[in-house]
Design a protein around this ligand. Structure first.
Ligand code: HEM
Length: 370
């Protein structure tokens, strides 16, 4: 065996590479520089359950939206004259255009549903309680931005549905007085409002969500995943949490990748079986369409009380969410032990579902310009 200048034996390079030596070496080189193995820190075992992976699934949907959105942005023309026809040409002339558009549409629905279910999980396990109130507020802000992203996406189609959504948006902006200045078509004389909503949809909203997601993740790392709600409350929680079995975080990432692949498969099937729709160019002065399903409940309020009710309904909904950790001072986290919070939340949920069902049963009415 050869030796080096210090008389230490030199390792012979592996000639057949059967021990995976070069793979390990390459991994070591990358890991030394990127710190990937530092991700193998311990997290409680319960974090690997599906209910505790819903935040990660929301993040995966967001990644799919960004990837497909970048492709669509190469072909979409954000001007009132061309918007509708450019989407039609994505459907008919761009290779796999209809499929990519379908995935983008369904990923938006998936992200909204996953975020909603994640919010419900955080509520049921009392994970918004001290010290996670700040992270709950970050989540509420992201949920609001996600709602706005779906709204602006609907307008971009520039068909009857999008045009009526924009009409509501402009009137709501006017109702808000000075606060609603950005939604006024005259705010920027040079640019059509469609172009400004497009910049919000592709840059401003996803950019802010991205920053908030990073803050969300940093806070989860800082406070750790909340302990299982069945553990004792108060000072004993930390001690009991320390005894919980753990798994490396990399295993959680591996599970999320698996969920992500399954999600993309499901989105692909939906994109083929139920492609995203597009109506013909809009006609001003009529109201004949229904909004996307997440806006059904405020639109029933609009049918009953007029356009301002959409604003008051949405503001009330987000204020209830934001106030929750500060109003609910019960330290218990297990849902079975919080009958008041559970009853009120169930009432809120049933009200939203009932208002949505009423919206389906009611024919579209005229509200704009009234
Ligand atoms: C919209 C994008 C969102 C993303 C990408 C996201 C992502 C995540 C992830 C990955 C976790 C780790 C635990 C889990 O997956 O269940 C988490 C925890 C958490 N999220 Fe979100 N979330 C989002 C929205 C929300 C919303 C809407 C809320 C509530 C209003 C919220 C509140 C929280 C809280 C309080 C925690 C800590 C919970 C714990 O430690 O058990 N998040 N989030």
């Amino acid at each position: 065996m050869s030796v080096d200048v210090n008389n230490k034996p030199l390792t012979e390079p592996s000639s057949d590479n059967t021990d995976g030596g070069w793979v390990r070496k390459a991994w070591g080189v990358v890991d030394d520089r990127m710190g990937i193995s530092a991700l193998a820190y311990p997290v409680p075992e319960h974090a690997n359950r599906f209910a505790w992976s819903l935040g990660g699934i929301t993040a995966v949907s967001f990644v799919v939206l960004i990837a497909t959105g970048i492709i669509l942005a190469q072909f979409y023309a954000p001007s009132p004259e061309l918007a509708n026809s450019s989407i039609r040409s994505i459907e008919t002339t761009v290779w796999a255009g209809s499929f990519i558009r379908g995935i983008h549409f369904w990923a938006a629905q998936a992200m909204y549903v996953a975020a909603l279910l994640h919010l419900i999980r955080v509520f049921l396990t009392g994970s918004y309680k001290k010290p996670r109130e700040g992270n709950w507020l970050v989540g509420v802000a992201m949920f609001g931005l996600l709602t706005f992203a779906i709204f602006t996406g609907t307008v971009l189609k520039w068909d009857q549905e999008g045009f009526e959504a924009l009409g509501h948006n402009i009137e709501i902006g006017a109702l808000l007085g000075g606060v609603g200045f950005w939604f006024s078509p005259t705010f920027s004389g040079q640019l059509p409002i469609l172009l400004r909503l497009y910049s919000a949809h592709v840059v401003i909203i996803p950019g802010i969500i991205l920053v908030l997601v990073l803050l969300h993740f940093l806070l989860i790392k800082r406070h750790h995943m909340s302990p299982h709600p069945s553990l004792p409350v108060g000072k004993l929680t930390e001690q009991a949490a320390a005894l919980e079995p753990t798994k490396p975080f990399t295993e959680h990432i591996r599970r999320l990748v698996t969920f992500g692949i399954a999600l993309v498969g499901i989105l692909g099937i939906l994109a083929v079986l139920l492609p995203a729709t597009i109506g013909s160019s809009p006609v001003a002065g009529i109201e004949i369409t229904r909004p996307p399903w997440l806006f059904w409940w405020p639109f029933t309020l609009e049918n009953w009380f007029g356009l301002p009710a959409i604003v008051w309904g949405e503001v009330a909904f987000f204020l209830i969410l934001a106030a929750l950790p500060f109003v609910d001072r019960n330290p218990k986290r297990w849902w079975r032990k919080r009958p008041v919070a559970m009853t009120l939340a169930l009432l809120l949920l049933l009200t939203l579902i009932a208002l949505s069902i009423i919206m389906i049963l009611t024919p579209a009415k005229n509200h704009l310009g009234m």
